[in-house]
Ligand binder design. Structure first.
Ligand SMILES: [Zn+2]
Ligand SMILES: [Zn+2]
Length: 367
């Protein structure tokens, strides 16, 4: 078989295997539905009022959980718009250049009108040679998806998708509703679980479903609460998981709070301004995914504010960009000086990176 053929077979197999964790979760959820609705509520509860309240609350939580999970899995992660892609001429020019300084010069020229504030740790323009794009702030290349993902948080095997700008709110709601779902099951199952150990339950198959349901719900509650707590902390600080591990680098160096705008604004960056949409898994995050206000630029009067209602995601490559109307160059210049001051810094950087074959093409070690 031709090597390319075997590669595509391998990739197809991988693609199928990646769905196994999602299938596992789906089977657990389907079983929990049967165990809770049929075995616990219908078979074991004698009080009609309790039965109705439990069934109604359960179905609301179940629906919200499945909706958020679905949205997290099937929302396509967004990639940078075409303005960040190199033109054919630029690509050829970059490939022709051997000297890192010249490559950096080309990348700086390409990126000078783009709303970019971050650089690599060594001060180079963040460039992905696999996708051949200048990376927008907070964008990272995912090795599983094999593309650059806007505001990439992490690649999640449990949803078989990249969690990033387009579905981070869905992911948060998925964690929240799955935690509520498990806590609700554990709380309403507890009384029957105690009866199981005190031999108060009739000897039917329902008792085993009730026991395992309590174990599963409690176990998932513990792991989900720690994960949800961690992501709440990240949202409050406007950090992605990747940024929590490695702070984004600005002109003055790495700043882990570089994108933090205060608790209220940070929350709204993910959940939006419309309170009615906060608890629903529909897209309401602010911005376009390619440009982000930073705590450093916020103090700059020249920085245009994000327009109210500026909350619909742009499509990937092909659509018009939704950058602030005014180029950010003036405010940017305070963060990422071009020309003389940058060159002076670069000379220092170059001494540090001398010996590496291609410092201009530094690709961050990303997941
Ligand atoms: Zn990439
Ligand atoms: Zn991915």
């Amino acid at each position: 078989m031709a090597p390319s053929g075997s590669r595509s077979v391998k990739r197809s197999c991988q693609r199928v295997l990646y769905w196994i964790p999602v299938l596992f979760i789906s089977i657990i959820v389907a079983w929990s539905y049967y165990a809770y609705v049929i075995q616990l509520c219908i078979e074991s509860m004698n009080n009609t009022g309790e039965k109705v309240v439990c069934l109604l609350t359960y179905h609301v939580l179940f629906m919200m959980f499945v909706w958020a999970y679905w949205q997290t899995i099937f929302t396509k992660p967004m990639t940078p718009v075409k303005e960040f892609q190199l033109t054919l001429a630029d690509k050829e020019m970059l490939e022709r250049e051997d000297r890192s300084e010249s490559q950096q010069e080309i990348l700086r020229r390409i990126s000078k009108d783009l709303p970019i504030y971050t650089r690599t740790m060594s001060g180079a323009v963040r460039y992905c040679d696999r996708c051949q794009i200048v990376k927008p702030d907070r964008c990272h290349h995912c090795s599983v998806c094999d593309k650059c993902i806007l505001k990439m948080d992490h690649h999640c095997p449990w949803v078989n998708n990249c969690v990033g700008f387009s579905n981070y709110k869905f992911f948060m709601l998925f964690l929240a509703y799955s935690l509520l779902y498990c806590l609700f099951i554990a709380a309403t199952d507890l009384r029957f679980f105690i009866k199981f150990w005190t031999s108060g339950l009739p000897d039917t198959q329902a008792k085993f479903h009730i026991m395992f349901l309590f174990f599963a719900a409690s176990m998932f509650s513990v792991s989900l609460s720690s994960l949800f707590g961690y992501h709440c902390w990240l949202v409050c600080r406007n950090r992605s998981t990747l940024e929590a591990f490695r702070a984004p680098a600005f002109h003055d160096g790495a700043d882990k709070n570089g994108f933090s705008l205060g608790f209220n604004e940070n929350f709204r960056q993910v959940f939006g301004n419309d309170k009615k949409l906060w608890l629903l898994p529909v897209f309401s995050s602010l911005g376009d995914g390619c440009s982000y206000p930073t705590s450093l630029v916020k103090r700059d009067a020249e920085q245009p504010p994000i327009p109210a209602g500026h909350n619909s995601p742009t499509q990937s490559t092909g659509d018009a960009p939704q950058f602030p109307a005014k180029p950010l160059r003036e405010s940017q210049s305070r963060l990422l000086p071009t020309g003389h001051s940058w060159t002076r810094n670069e000379q220092v950087e170059d001494q540090d990176t001398r010996g590496t074959s291609n410092p201009a093409m530094i690709i961050e070690n990303e997941t």
